[in-house]
Design a protein around this ligand. Structure first.
Ligand code: SAH
Ligand code: SF4
Ligand code: F3S
Length: 446
C-alpha cells in the first residue's frame, strides 16, 4: 500500500460490551501518549480504530458497512483504518481479504503493540496482530483517564465456560484475573481523577481471584471489600456474573458492604433445563432461582437484571414457556434479550432444530413485553423511596441534573429553590416522585 504521513489525529469507535468500552478508552490514552490527538466529533481523523463486537451476526457485519462508509465519506483522503476487538480476533484474515482499505487488524490482547503497528502501516504495510500471549496487556497500557464520576475497571478477562452459542471464549481467550495490587493502584488513580463509582468488569467477573496485600487468597468479594475502604469511592458495581460463580461470600457482601450497590446482572439465557443443558450453561432454572433467592435474602431491595436468548436450536413452545415462567418468578428490574444468532465455529451453529426467524421474532416480542411489564413495576414501586443519586450530567432543561439511583435507574431532578446548586460527581439525597418509561423524576432533599 502507499505510504502515508504518521497520523496526527485519531478516533476510536467501540461496539459491544463494557469491556470493549474500557479497552477503547485505554487505546485512546495510548494513542494520546504517542502525540496524537482525539479528533473532535464531526471532524475527520487520520486514524480510525473500529473496536468491534462478534457476539451476534448483526454486530459483526456492521464492521464492513462502517469501513465502507469511512472510505466513501473521505473524499479520497481515506484515514488509516484499524480493526480491533472481537471481530478482529475471530476473522482477522477474512477482514484483510474482504476489506482492502483496512491496514491493521489488532486482537483484544495486542492493543499495547498498536504504536508499532501504526508505524509499519504508515510505511505501507498491512499488519495483523491477533496473538494471545499469556501475559496480560493491561500493564503496558496507560491508566490516565478523562475525569468522569463513574468509571470502568476491567479486573478479569476471558471465559472458560464455553456456552455452546458463544464466541467469547474464542475471541477473548482463557480466564485471567488481573493482580490485586494493579487493581488497587488503578482504582486509586481513578478516584484521584474524580471517580465516585467504579464498575468492576469481566466476562465472568465473579470468577476473579487473587491475593490481597498480605498474600491471602481472595475472591471478588474480598476485592470489593478492599476497594470499599477507599474513602472517596462511594459506589461499587460489578458485571457480568455467571450463576455458578455466585459464592456465599459474594452474596454475603451484598448484605454487608454499603458501597456495593443493590444491583446484580445475572444472565440466565433460558428457563428450560433441556435448553440450558444444550447451551452448556451448567446450571438449571431451579439452581438459578435459588441463587436469586439467597441474594435477595442478603439484600432484599436488590435489583436483578439478566440476559436471555430466544430461539436456541431445539427450543420448543414449551421450552419458551419455561423462560416466561422464570421471568414471572424473578420479576427483573431490567433485562436484555436477543434472538439466537448462529456463530461460526461454535457447537450450537450446527445443531439440529434451528428455529425459524418468525418464531424467534414472536418469542422475542412476548419475552420483551414480560420484561417491560416487570421493569415498569419495579420503577413504579420505587416511587416514594428516598435514596442517593450520583449526578452524571446536566439535563436538557435549565437547572436539571441527571444521574443514577443505587438500583441503576436513571433519575432526573431540578435543584430546589434557594438550595445549594449541584455538580457532576455529587451524590444528592432525593425522593423519587414519579416513574416515567425511561427514567424517574426525583426531588432533591438537600
Ligand atoms: N459472560 C456473560 C455474557 C456475555 S455475552 C454471560 O455469561 O452471560 C452477552 C450476552 O449476549 C449473553 O448473555 C447472551 O445473552 C448474548 N449472546 C451471546 N451469544 C449469543 C448468540 N450467539 N446469539 C444471541 N445472543 C447471544
Ligand atoms: Fe459466553 Fe457463556 Fe462465557 Fe458468558 S459464560 S462469555 S455466555 S461462554
Ligand atoms: Fe462483543 Fe467481544 Fe464483548 S464479542 S460482547 S465485544 S467480549
Amino acid at each position: 500500500m502507499n505510504k502515508v504521513p504518521t497520523p496526527k489525529s485519531f478516533r476510536v469507535k467501540s461496539f459491544g460490551c463494557q469491556m470493549n468500552v474500557y479497552d477503547g478508552e485505554r487505546m485512546a490514552e495510548l494513542l494520546a501518549t504517542q502525540g496524537m490527538e482525539a479528533a473532535p466529533e464531526g471532524e475527520d481523523a487520520d486514524l480510525v480504530v473500529l473496536n468491534t463486537c462478534h457476539i451476534r451476526e448483526k454486530a459483526a457485519e456492521k464492521v464492513y458497512s462502517d469501513i465502507g462508509r469511512i472510505v466513501k465519506d473521505s473524499d479520497g483522503k481515506a484515514p488509516l483504518i484499524a480493526v480491533a476487538g472481537c471481530v478482529a480476533q475471530a476473522e482477522g484474515d477474512e477482514i484483510m481479504r474482504r476489506a482492502r482499505d483496512v491496514r491493521m487488524v489488532v486482537g483484544p490482547q495486542a492493543y499495547h503493540r498498536l504504536p508499532d503497528m501504526i508505524a509499519r502501516a504508515s510505511a505501507g504495510e498491512r499488519v495483523t496482530d491477533t496473538d494471545m500471549p499469556a501475559e496480560a496487556k493491561f500493564g503496558a497500557l496507560p491508566a490516565r483517564r478523562k475525569r468522569a464520576p463513574s468509571a470502568f475497571l476491567t479486573v478479569q478477562e476471558g471465559c472458560d465456560k464455553f456456552c455452546t452459542y458463544c464466541v467469547v471464549p474464542y475471541t477473548r481467550g482463557a480466564e485471567i484475573s488481573r493482580p490485586f495490587a494493579d487493581l488497587l493502584d488503578e482504582a486509586k488513580r481513578l478516584v484521584d481523577q474524580g471517580a465516585r463509582e467504579i464498575t468492576l468488569l469481566g466476562q465472568n467477573v465473579n470468577a476473579w481471584d487473587g491475593e490481597d496485600g498480605r498474600g491471602r487468597a481472595i475472591g471478588l468479594d474480598g476485592l470489593i471489600r478492599e476497594l470499599a475502604a477507599l474513602p472517596d469511592l462511594a459506589r461499587i458495581r460489578y458485571t457480568t456474573s455467571h450463576p455458578n460463580d455466585m459464592t456465599d461470600a459474594l452474596i454475603a457482601a451484598h448484605g454487608e458492604v454499603d458501597k456495593l450497590m443493590p444491583y446484580l446482572h445475572l444472565p440466565v439465557q433460558a428457563g428450560s433445563d433441556p435448553i440450558l443443558a444444550a447451551m452448556n450453561r451448567s446450571h438449571s432454572a431451579e439452581s438459578y432461582l435459588r441463587v436469586i433467592e439467597r441474594v435477595r435474602a442478603a439484600r432484599p431491595d436488590i435489583a436483578i437484571s439478566g440476559d436471555f436468548i430466544v430461539g436456541f436450536p431445539g427450543e420448543s413452545e414449551a421450552d419458551f414457556a419455561a423462560t416466561l415462567a422464570l421471568v414471572d418468578e424473578v420479576r427483573y428490574a431490567a433485562a436484555f434479550s436477543f434472538k439466537y444468532s448462529p456463530r461460526p465455529g461454535t457447537p450450537a451453529a450446527t445443531m439440529e432444530g434451528q428455529v425459524p426467524v418468525d418464531v424467534m421474532d414472536d418469542r422475542l416480542q412476548r419475552l420483551q413485553a414480560a420484561i417491560t411489564r416487570d421493569s415498569h413495576a419495579f420503577n413504579a414501586a420505587s416511587v416514594g423511596r428516598t435514596c442517593d443519586v450520583l449526578v452524571e450530567r446536566t439535563g436538557r432543561r435549565e437547572g436539571q441534573w441527571l444521574g443514577k439511583t443505587p438500583w441503576l435507574q436513571s433519575a432526573h431532578f431540578t435543584a430546589s429553590e434557594g438550595a445549594a446548586d449541584h455538580a457532576v460527581g455529587d451524590i444528592v439525597r432525593v425522593e423519587l416522585v414519579e416513574a416515567g418509561p425511561n427514567s424517574l423524576a426525583a426531588r432533591a432533599l438537600t
